[in-house]
Design a binder for this molecule. Structure first.
Ligand SMILES: Cc1cc2nc3c(=O)[nH]c(=O)nc-3n(C[C@H](O)[C@H](O)[C@H](O)COP(=O)(O)OP(=O)(O)OC[C@H]3O[C@@H](n4cnc5c(N)ncnc54)[C@H](O)[C@@H]3O)c2cc1C
Ligand code: FES
Length: 231
């Protein structure tokens, strides 16, 4: 059990939760969060936004029951964190771009913290948030509100591209990668619905060129070309 240090609203329906403790975890991994008793039954997967020796942070958007309960947490409340889970982003090589869409910016902040330089592209549908935090970890921040952030990225300028965002956006990243000279290694993080988070239930199944994989244990990070997107 962890103790909540703070749970601050940073935009409409978006909160930054800090929990006390020295937690493990690498870029792109996630924890299963639970701050309630028996209902809802399932814990909720949330990516590592940031961490240090004393605390771990999660950036989350309120969309339903679980995240509404998370938003009600106050300092000193307790929360259960199981993890870290998942196969996250690899150590990137060469010139690196990070592309985040909406709440998909969450895992990219921790990536940017680990790197000396990354070009960061963030897209939002209505309102941009945490620009100042991202500006502290890069001198190259591009923000797009209301458009398509993937259109702003020249894939041929990079050796490694890491992306996280809505399904349609990850599909657009894949399409752009396939239309590029494919020099860059492109990774997409999929935020599929999950139940167990540990490979036991198959709820998070992802269709890939070489068969079905599990977003929780094989992913959430996949190479862009290996996923087969369906409408
Ligand atoms: C590996 C991983 C990392 C994630 N990291 C983050 C993060 O850092 N921050 C964050 O805000 N969210 C993240 N998510 C998504 C988050 O887990 C869901 O938004 C959350 O579980 C919804 O729980 P809920 O009880 O509030 O909503 P529910 O009541 O379960 O659902 C409410 C609505 O949200 C939709 N929904 C539920 N889960 C998802 C999902 N995974 N993707 C898209 N739509 C969903 C439902 O279809 C429904 O319409 C991540 C998901 C995964 C798999
Ligand atoms: S969430 Fe259960 S197998 Fe992935």
């Amino acid at each position: 059990m962890g103790k909540v240090v703070s749970n601050v609203q940073v935009a409409e329906q978006v909160y930054l939760l800090r929990v006390e403790g020295n937690y493990e975890g690498s870029m792109g991994q996630f924890y299963m969060l639970r701050a309630w008793g028996h209902y809802p039954l399932l814990s909720r997967p949330i990516s590592i936004f940031n961490k240090d020796d004393e605390s771990i942070e999660f950036l989350y958007q309120v969309v339903g029951e679980g995240t509404t309960l998370l938003a009600s947490l106050r300092p000193e409340d307790t929360i259960q964190l199981d993890g870290p889970y998942g196969n996250g982003f690899p150590i990137p090589e060469g010139r690196v771009a990070l592309i985040g869409g909406g709440i998909g910016i969450a895992p990219l902040y921790y990536v940017a913290q680990q790197m000396t330089h990354t070009d960061i592209y963030l897209g939002f549908s209505k309102e941009a948030y945490l620009q100042d935090a991202f500006r502290e970890v890069t001198s190259s921040l591009h923000i797009n509100v209301g458009g398509y952030i993937v259109d702003d990225v020249d894939f041929e300028q990079y050796d490694t591209i890491m992306a996280c965002g809505p399904h349609m956006m990850m599909r657009a990243v894949q399409t752009k990668y396939l239309q590029s000279n494919r020099q860059a290694k492109v990774y997409i993080s999929l935020e599929n619905r999950m139940a167990c988070g540990i490979g036991a239930c198959l709820v998070c199944s992802v269709s890939c060129l070489d068969g079905r994989k599990k977003a929780c244990t094989d992913g959430p990070v996949f190479e862009a070309q290996e996923v087969t997107f369906h409408d």
